[in-house]
Design a protein around this ligand. Structure first.
Ligand SMILES: N[C@@H](CCC(=O)N[C@@H](CS)C(=O)NCC(=O)O)C(=O)O
Length: 338
C-alpha cells in the first residue's frame, strides 16, 4: 500500500510538472495568437507603419511563426520591448519569442534561461557620426563621447575595442531608444555605436538630415542577430528554428510567394517535403503539414522578406552581403528539411 502511494504520488508530481510546463506550441494554439517580442520601433526590422501595422525583417519572422503554427500570418501580437526589457519579458513568458535584432552570444545562450533559434541577419557593430565632426575613421575617435543604449551588447564591445586600440571615450548610455537618438541628434554625444543595420536605420528614419551623417568604415565585432526562445521547450525551439530555416531554404530552392502554388507540382523531393506534398515534417513538429507552404505563401521566402523590408525595395537599401545565400557568397545556408 505504502509503495503504491509513492508510485501514485510520483505520477501525480510528474503530471503536474508536465502540465506546469505546458509547451509553448500548445499555449499558442490555445491562445490563437503568437506573442512576439520586437523593438519599440526600429525601421526595417520592427516598426509600425503609417497604418499602425508592424513591419520589418524581424516582424516577418513573427508572421512566419504565426503562419506555421496557426495557418495565418496575421495572428501575431507585436510586444514592444526595449533592449533592457527583452530577456526578462521572454523569461517571464510575456512573449513566446524575441524577434528583435538580438545578438547570439555564448553568455546569452547559457546564462539567461534563453536560447538562440538561429540567425536571420549577420551584422557587426559600427559607428555613426555627424559629418561636421570631420572624422573619417574610428581610429580618430580618441576622447569622443559615445551614445549607446542600455542592455545592448554594444556597451561591452565598445569597451573591449577601445581598450585594445588605446582609445579613451566617454560613454553616454541611455535606456530608451528614442532618447539615445535624440541625445545624438542634439549633439550630446559625438558618436552613436550599435549594429551597422541599426545605424543605417537610425540615419534614414530618425535623423532629419540623413546626409549630414556618415557611418564610419570600421566594423568592430560580429553581431549575428536572430530569434530567441525560452530554454527548456525543445518543441517550440524547433518550431521557431525551422520556420526560419524554411524561409532560407525556400529561397535557395527558388520557391517564392508568387510561385508556391505551381511548386506544389514540383518533382524535386526537397520542394515536395518543404511544401508538405511529402508528409512528415509538419507532424514531427506538431504543426500542419502546410506549415512551410503557409509561411512562403503569406510571408515569402527569406530573400523576398529581406528585399521588401531592409533591401532594395526599402528605404534602407542594405546589400545582401553576408546575408546572401551561401551559393552566392553569403552565409545563409538553409538546413536540410528531410
Ligand atoms: N544586437 C545588439 C543591439 C540590439 C539593440 O537592442 N539595439 C538597440 C539600438 S539600435 C535597439 O534595437 N533599440 C530599439 C529599442 O530599444 O526599442 C544586442 O543584441 O544587444
Amino acid at each position: 500500500m505504502r509503495k503504491f502511494k509513492y508510485v501514485f504520488g510520483a505520477a501525480v508530481i510528474l503530471a503536474a510538472a508536465s502540465a506546469a510546463q505546458a509547451g509553448t506550441l500548445d499555449i499558442v494554439k490555445e491562445r490563437g495568437v503568437v506573442n512576439c517580442g520586437v523593438t519599440t520601433g526600429f525601421a526595417g526590422f520592427s516598426a509600425p507603419d503609417a497604418k499602425g501595422e508592424w513591419q520589418g525583417l524581424d516582424v516577418d519572422l513573427c508572421r512566419a511563426v504565426a503562419a506555421a503554427t496557426l495557418g495565418d500570418a496575421s495572428k501575431f501580437k507585436a510586444v514592444a520591448l526595449n533592449s533592457q526589457q527583452r530577456f526578462t519579458a521572454l523569461q517571464a513568458g510575456e512573449v513566446d519569442l524575441l524577434a528583435r535584432n538580438t545578438t547570439v552570444t555564448q553568455q546569452r545562450d547559457t546564462a539567461l534561461g534563453v536560447i538562440s533559434a538561429g540567425v536571420n541577419f549577420y551584422d557587426g557593430q559600427g559607428f555613426l557620426v555627424s559629418k561636421s565632426l570631420g572624422v573619417k575613421s574610428a581610429t580618430e575617435l580618441n576622447g569622443a563621447s559615445v551614445c549607446m543604449q542600455t542592455g545592448t551588447s554594444n556597451e561591452n564591445t565598445m569597451a573591449d575595442w577601445a581598450r585594445s586600440h588605446g582609445i579613451s571615450y566617454k560613454p553616454v548610455v541611455i535606456e530608451q531608444f528614442n532618447e539615445v537618438v535624440s541625445a545624438f541628434a542634439a549633439g550630446r554625444c559625438d558618436v552613436f555605436t550599435t549594429d551597422a543595420s541599426g545605424l543605417a536605420s537610425i540615419r534614414i528614419s530618425k535623423l532629419t538630415n540623413p546626409d549630414d551623417y556618415v557611418v564610419l568604415p570600421e566594423i568592430i565585432s560580429k553581431e549575428p542577430l536572430g530569434p530567441f526562445v525560452r530554454q527548456g521547450d525543445d518543441q517550440w525551439l524547433n518550431v521557431v528554428k525551422w520556420t526560419l530555416q524554411a524561409m532560407i531554404g525556400a529561397e535557395e530552392l527558388g520557391v517564392t510567394s508568387q510561385n508556391v502554388d505551381e511548386q506544389l507540382q514540383s518533382a524535386n523531393p526537397n520542394i515536395q517535403r518543404l511544401l508538405g506534398v511529402t508528409k512528415g515534417a509538419g507532424e514531427n513538429m506538431g504543426v500542419d503539414e502546410k506549415w512551410a507552404y503557409n509561411i512562403i505563401k503569406q510571408v515569402g521566402n527569406y530573400g523576398e522578406s529581406f528585399e521588401r523590408t531592409v533591401g532594395q525595395g526599402s528605404p534602407l537599401k542594405i546589400q545582401r552581403g553576408l546575408n546572401a545565400q551561401w551559393t552566392k557568397g553569403g552565409l545563409m545556408y538553409g538546413l536540410p528539411i528531410r
